[in-house]
Design a protein around this ligand. Structure first.
Ligand code: HEC
Length: 120
């Protein structure tokens, strides 16, 4: 069954390169959870609902990462928010603070924490 492993390797490579186009997450949610707890939880909260301990003091409230509006965004859009920050908001840029891999990890953590998709 060598051919199968060759095929799956090729698929993995394709999957890996497609994060640049923003549709596939290849982060590690376990690692991402640690990153989240260290860097994001104080604003976005342990339920990812934007009610972290520091959120009360912010004029622009942190995004509810569980909301349909955030969940419907592509991986690329969310990665841009994480790496560049959100203009005119306390969501600052994490570029240079987190590695690309850590940003993918935290994104996949956010994705795994989402409620099951609601079919409308
Ligand atoms: C200082 C508080 C703060 C911290 C720390 C913080 N955020 Fe944010 N985050 C915000 C605010 C405020 C917004 C913007 C809300 C808005 O645009 O209305 C935001 C927006 C976002 C968005 C965009 C959501 C969307 O729908 O476009 C993502 C994704 C995000 N944060 C992820 C993270 C991640 C991942 C971390 C940790 C690496 C993090 N944030 C750390 C406050 C914070």
């Amino acid at each position: 069954m060598k051919i199968l492993s060759v095929i799956s390797t090729i698929c993995l490579v394709l999957l890996g390169s497609s994060w640049a186009t923003g549709q596939t997450t290849r982060g590690n949610p376990k690692e991402g959870q640690a990153v989240y707890e260290k860097s994001c939880l104080r604003c976005h909260g342990n339920k990812l609902d934007g009610n972290g301990p520091d959120s009360q003091d912010l004029i622009v409230r942190p995004a509810n990462l569980q909301s349909p509006i955030t969940r419907s965004k592509t991986d690329w859009e969310l990665l841009v928010a994480i790496s560049n920050g959100v203009l005119f908001s306390p969501m600052h840029s994490f570029r240079g603070k987190l590695t690309d891999q850590q940003m993918l990890d935290v994104l996949s953590y956010i994705r795994t924490m989402g409620p099951p998709d609601v079919v409308s």
